[in-house]
Design a protein around this ligand. Sequence first.
Ligand code: FES
Length: 509
Amino acid sequence: MINRDGYTISLWQQHISAFPLSSTRHEQVYDIIIVGGGITGVTTALLLQEAGFKCLLLEAANLGYGTTGGTTAHLNTLLDVSYETIEKNFGLPAARSIAKASANAIAFIEKMTQEYSIDCGFNTADAYQYAQNKEQDEALDREATAATNAGLDVSRVATLPLPISCISAIQVKGQAKFSPLPYLYELAKAFENIGGVILENTRVTKIEHKGKVEITAGEQTFTGRKLVLATHIPPGINLLHLRCIPYRSYALAARLAQNDYPQDLYYDMEEPFHYIRSQEVDGQQYLIVGGEDHKTGHHENTTLCFRQLEAWVHKHFKVEEITQRWSSQFYEPVDGLPYIGQLPGEEEDVYVATGFSGNGMIYGTIAALLLRDMLLGVPNELEMILDPNRLKPIAGFSNFISHNADVAMQFVGKLIPAASLHLLADLAPGEGRVITYESEKMAVYKDETGELHSVSPVCTHLKCDVNWNSGERSWDCPCHGARYSPDGQVLNCPATMALQALHVAATVK
Ligand code: FES
């Protein structure tokens, strides 16, 4: 089992040990520094090291700590954002390029599993999307046409090989599935084997440009000619934070009473939709179902999201045991496609990859291939389509930055009289709550021993107030998705600083 960015543990994280780092020595100067130890960062690092660059990969926690460890790992060309939307926003040639790039990403992953003999259960599969009412049927019809026009191999089918009824469905060939962390680890090992350096538990705290890029991580500094931010969402303050909306998605793994695991990939058309597949892990088959998505920081009782997902699974499958429940974060780009390329508003030596929707395995791989081409100067048709600078300057952004900037609280040393403790009286161990006392807010967490931990709820990114996430026992920011542990330490970008600790004590007078 490895550490992750929340209280729950995914199926993949449960079944793997810490990555056995072999980088025992590191230097201070590199050609390219890559930040982020998920599929985007590790694949990019390997490809760039293979291309002859001297690369350093920095990870704030451990490889597979974030969404690569929390994905359900569908390898699909039938993406979360419909081809109808992609075509409408970017045109048919762009939709075709995305369909082709998605298929290439699956082929690339398969090639890597063969080249490095990776035991990650990679298997090809079909995808099925199905409609259960007239409105969904009409939308499915439009998507079937748009996906076919984009180049996908789509056919209509009358029934599903699944115990779920529908009124229409499409089948799409050329999909796949795998276990993401064994794949990630083998790519990381391959990177180290050709001289790449990985440093875990190394959080970047400052990025400066002094002719080259200078990175500060705690007490250490590193210099690179180029920097790739593969951190899911870039740290610091950037226009992309206004163009990517953070969501949480919920997943569970289950053993079924009979050995009738669905072997393909399935998507209903509910809002939010459910996604279904299976995977063998350590000799045991698991049904893996996801759904119940909502904007980050917008649901406090996220335990309810797990219960609703569980109820849905029990309704459709004969479940013997739910073995894991976990949630994970993704970023929805406002126009439907990710942002991969030079980071807007920065020097030309900083690259970014973000806004993958729920297709992180595919877009993470696409990002690595595209970034490699860009850094080698090789033309790539995706460069223009996915250019993060396709953004127009947004009116009012500077106002947004200063929004709430004057509300940072100074609350150190505050004493709460016993008479006011009713605010926290019903807080159970393991629960957190934002309370207001004397018109100032505190984010208070009661640990399993009953001890209270208090932090300022003001997010250190751009000063929105965080909310409690009961399922993951974290403080989640509804604005750009930064997340913090119960005691305020950073779990997710874009924040780089912990929530301000408040030393609050109860007093009886
Ligand atoms: Fe931007 Fe919290 S993540 S204000």
